[in-house]
Design a protein around this ligand. Structure first.
Ligand SMILES: [Zn+2]
Length: 97
């Protein structure tokens, strides 16, 4: 058995996981971690939401470095000093309605 992935490892590889760009064994280890880690599942949901909304945007292809910056922001939340929300991520978007 492989050692369990840490939340930090999930965070680092989550974009690749969503892109299905991970090797199959690593992909499986991500799924194992996500199954018992609610925090990472929530993180994954945010990433997916961000990517869906990027994909639903203008048809023009986004420069990769811009997408990278937006994804990096989605990972860590805005770094502005006025940001008073303590958790690492911005509030969940409203799904549905
Ligand atoms: Zn986790």
């Amino acid at each position: 058995m492989y050692p369990r992935l840490s939340c930090e490892q999930i965070e680092v590889g989550i974009a690749e996981y969503l892109d299905d760009a991970l090797p199959p064994d690593l992909h499986r280890r991500f799924e194992d971690h996500l199954r018992d880690c609610a925090e990472c599942r929530e993180h994954l949901q945010r990433m997916r939401w961000t990517i869906d909304h990027l994909a639903a945007g203008p048809r023009e292809p986004m420069p990769p470095e811009m997408k990278e910056r937006i994804l990096a922001c989605a990972r860590t939340g805005p770094a502005s000093p006025g940001w008073s929300y303590v958790p690492r991520y911005p509030p969940l978007p409203h799904f549905g309605s």
